[in-house]
Design a protein around this ligand. Sequence first.
Ligand code: FE2
Ligand code: FE2
Length: 192
Amino acid sequence: MAATEQVASRPSPAQDLADPPLALGEQRHSAGLMRVNHTGEVCAQALYLGQALVARDPQLKRFLEDAAAEERDHLAWCAARLEELDSRTSILNPAWFAGSILIAITAAAISDAVSLGFVEETEHQVCAHLDGHLNELSEHDVRSRAIVAVMRADEAEHANNAKLNGAQALPRSIKRLMSLQARVMTTLAYWL
Ligand SMILES: [Fe+2]
Ligand SMILES: [Fe+2]
């Protein structure tokens, strides 16, 4: 199975929720946002896979693999929600996966602390981005909102665990570059 298609190990947070009808505009906007989130999770697969491949410390390897399992759930939940919204995943996902794995391996090759610093900063940026989605998603779209809320909690835990495992703070210029790259990804994935 491709890394961009995964089966969840936990049930979707939307599983037992109603699926109230959405206005066409709401549905399209939800689909755009959930497509962005799905692409973000494709990047997370690449991030954790690339770093786990290169990680030296067994404890770090375990942390990366545990986080990767949760990211697989996120990926599957987002994909399932996109189907419910009569939409599709981004056509650019393979390119984002390839780019992200390259960046992850590069960070991990420098040192475990830099690798973890990269995880911590990525997860912080993802949390801020998911907060934005929780503001933007229609109150009627309870299923997408439930998924995003659980993802948000998991990502915060990943950031915190990266810090506890010895993450090194990244230079401000790198953080800005990551944020710029994320903006390009989210803009493209919304439409494509
Ligand atoms: Fe995630
Ligand atoms: Fe995460």
